[in-house]
Design a protein around this ligand. Sequence first.
Ligand code: ATP
Ligand code: MG
Length: 395
Amino acid sequence: MGKAVLMTTPKPDAAERIRTSQCVNERASLERFLQLQPMPAMIADVAAGRAVLLNEPAHRVPLEAPAGAAGYYATDTSGHTIGGGPLVAHLAVRAQGPVGVEIAWHTPARRWTFRVLARSLEPRNGSPLLSLLTFLDITAQRDAEAELRHALAARDEFFSVATHELKDPLFSLQLSIQLLRHQTERLATVPAFLTHHLDVGCRQVDRLTRLVENLLEVSRIANRRLQLDPEALDLAELAREVTSRFQDMAAALRTPLILDCPEPVIGYYDRLKLERVLTNLLTNAMEYGLGQPIVLRVRGTPDLAVLEVEDHGMGIGPEDQKRIFERFERAAPGHRRESLGLGLHIVRALVEAHSGTVSLVSAVGVGSTFTVSLPRKRLTVPQAEDISGGPGEQS
Ligand SMILES: Nc1ncnc2c1ncn2[C@@H]1O[C@H](COP(=O)(O)OP(=O)(O)OP(=O)(O)O)[C@@H](O)[C@H]1O
Ligand SMILES: [Mg+2]
C-alpha cells in the first residue's frame, strides 16, 4: 500500500532523479542522432545563443569559435557581417524555411559557404528552447560559380576590346571601297570584272561592319554598358533612311522592299539603337525571306509607335519562336551557316531598353511579321546598369 503511494507521489528527490535520468537519456539520443549526420550539425540553446551539442564534423570546421579567439565571423550572401546578437540565435530563426539560409563562415584558417537549415525541437520537461541546425557545405559549388563568372567577365572584356579594335580599320576599308566605287562610276568605260569585284567587296564589308556592330552591341548588353541617348525622332524618316541603305542588297537578292509609312511618327528614342533594330530585322527578312516582297510599316497611336517588318519567306516554327530571341540561338534548319544568332537578341534588348516590346507572328512556309511597339512618352534615361536588366522608367 505504502509502496503504491510512493509510486504515485514520488518524493521530490526521486522526481528530480527521474527528470535527470530522462534528460540524460534524451541527451544521449540527441547525441546519437547528431553523430549520424554526415554534415556539420549542432543543437543550439536559442535563448542562450550557444551550441549545447556539436557533432564531429561540426567540431572539425570548427563551427564554434574558441573562447576569446578572433577571426571567426559569418557573412550573408551580400558579404555583410551577420551581427546584432549570437549567430546561432539568428540562424535558429532565419534558417527555418524549406531552403534555409546561405552564409559564409570565416575562420582564421579558411572560409566555408554553408546552406543552413534550422528546425525547432519540441520543448520537454521545461527544457530551454532547442534548435537543430545543419550546415550543408556548398563551398566548392559557390567557388566554381565565382570562377566561372570571373572567366565570363574576362571573355566579355576581351570580346569588347577585340571588336572595338576591329571597328576602325573596317571603317576606313569601307570608306576606301566606297570612294573607289564612286571614282570608277565617273570613268567612261569600266571593265565588268572591276564593277563585279567592287560590288562584292562593298557587300562583304557591309556585312562585316554589321557583324562587328552586333558583336559590340552584344558585349555592351552583356557588360551592362548599354546606354540610351534619346532625342525627338521621326520613325518614318528613320525607316526611309535605313531602307535606302538596303536598296543594293534588295536589288542583288531581287527582293521587292516596300516602305509603308504614310505620316511622321515622332517619339523620344535613341537613333543609333533603333537603326540597329531595323537593320537586324530587315537583314533577317532579306536573308530568310526567299526573295518574296518585304514590307516595313510604321504607324503611330497616341501612346505607341509601331514598327512592323513583314516577309513571306521560310517562316519560323512555333517551337523556335521564343528561343531565337536568346543569344546565339538560331532556328534549325533555316539559318545561314555563317550567322551568329545575335540579331534578335540585340533587337529585344534594345527595344526593352526603350521600355518597348517585340512580338512575332510566323508560320513555316508562310512568312514572319516582327512587330516592335515603343511608348511615345519621353524616356527617363536609366543608368547603364539598369538598362540590360529590364525596361527603363517612364516619366
Ligand atoms: N524573318 C525570318 N524568317 C525566318 N527565320 C528567321 C527570321 N528572322 C530570324 N529567323 C531565324 O531566327 C534565327 C535567329 O535570328 P538572329 O537574327 O538572332 O540571328 P542570325 O540571323 O542567325 O545571325 P546574326 O543576325 O547574328 O547574323 C535565325 O538564325 C533564323 O533561323
Ligand atoms: Mg540575323
